[in-house]
Design a protein around this ligand. Structure first.
Ligand code: IPM
Ligand code: MG
Length: 363
């Protein structure tokens, strides 16, 4: 927590598996660098969930990890292939998952869509993260027709209302359009439209636009620029946010914040463990870094966040690309490590030029 002199934060880093450890290490370097420049300190503890935790502690989500996270200022998470992540989200009630999908100008041509279709694209997916079908009654059983499996999509009205309030708040601070993903023609007992509309009466200036989720997926590809905030339940939000990866050029660029009611959060990229490229040093660290930027913003360290964003935009504008962005002619393929080195250098340049401007102003 912040003290009067030098703010100090404690985070728990959970690298996980696959490319998780690489992108965590890379992002922490950047965080420590901006911490020095912005004069705050960052203490990092390491925690385990998923396969690594199972081997070490005999559980996917050990008590020790939960305790370590208690009282910290944020959890920065890499990737896991096995469960543990859902338990972590549930344990701290991280119900509000924010997934910003913004195009970076120098990557317009990397989108799966034509550049003019994604120019200026800036949307936010608000995904409910601790309920719905991932947490409903489930199992395997058998009857006279044979063996079967089931997962149940169950939402308490209040669970829909509380995430609706978060999405409405976001829409109010943005362009004022809230699109609600639902499937009421097939799932009429989950009345997202009605519940969100009721909550919306407390939020002036927000237009609520209900949309069947299958149509919404199509509209995200046909006219992505029309969206502002999209509210979705756990399953639909998971699926829709991957479309975002195709829109911006690589899922490796996207990060997310998952917050509980107190504003405590888990920060992670949207991508998975990417086992095919794990250990090769070529993963894109910008997704996890995007999540770290959200953490800095959540703490109010907006200068630090702005510096990372500016440096990242400059590096990309100069043509540096990790492999997931398929470098073309005139672009330079770089490893995770080189990209981070370039980024640190650029942050320092920005810092010095700012100090230069300040000097000028003082003279
Ligand atoms: C995501 C991921 C996770 C999810 C998996 C790894 C459980 O796909 O964060 O989007 O489904 O929530
Ligand atoms: Mg997903």
């Amino acid at each position: 927590m912040k003290s009067l002199n030098q703010p100090s934060y404690r985070i728990v880093a959970i690298p996980g598996e696959g490319i998780g450890p690489e992108v965590i290490e890379a992002s922490l370097k950047v965080l420590q660098h901006v911490a020095r420049l912005e004069r705050f300190t960052l203490q990092v503890d390491y925690g385990y969930i998923g396969r690594v935790a199972l081997e070490k502690f005999g559980s996917n989500f050990p008590q020790a990890t939960a305790q370590l996270c208690n009282g910290s200022d944020g959890i920065v998470f890499g990737a896991v292939s096995q469960s543990g992540l859902l338990e972590l989200r549930k344990h701290f009630d991280f119900f509000c998952n924010l997934r910003p999908i913004r195009i970076i100008n120098s990557l317009l041509h990397k989108s799966s869509l034509r550049p003019e279709k994604v120019e200026g694209l800036d949307m936010l997916i608000v995904r409910e993260l601790v309920s719905g079908i991932y947490f409903g009654a489930s199992g395997r059983a058998s009857d006279d027709r044979g063996a079967y499996g089931y997962h149940t999509m169950c939402y308490y009205d209040e669970e829909i209302r509380r995430i609706a309030r978060k999405a409405l708040q976001q829409a109010q601070q943005r362009q004022g359009l809230l699109t609600v993903a639902h499937k009421e023609n097939a799932l009429p007992h989950l009345p997202w439209t009605h519940l969100v509309q009721e909550e919306a009466t407390k939020f002036t200036g927000v237009m609520v636009e209900p949309m069947l989720v299958d149509n919404l997926a199509m509209q995200m590809v046909l006219k992505p620029q029309r969206f502002d905030v999209i509210l979705a339940g756990n399953l639909f939000g998971d699926i829709l946010s991957d479309i975002g990866g195709a829109l911006v050029g690589s899922i490796g660029l996207l990060g997310s914040a998952s917050l509980n009611g107190d504003g405590f959060g888990l920060y992670e990229a949207i991508h998975g463990t990417a086992p095919d490229i794990a250990g090769k040093g070529i993963a894109n660290p910008l997704g996890t870094l995007a999540a770290c930027i959200l953490m800095l913003q959540q703490w109010g360290e907006t200068q630090a966040a702005a510096k990372i964003i500016a440096a990242q935009d400059r590096i990309l504008a100069k043509g540096y690309r990790t492999a997931d962005l398929s470098p073309q002619e005139g672009e330079i393929l770089v490893s995770t490590e080189i990209l981070i080195e370039l980024l640190l250098e650029e942050i320092s340049i920005i810092q010095h030029s700012e100090l230069g401007v300040l000097d000028e102003q003082c003279r």
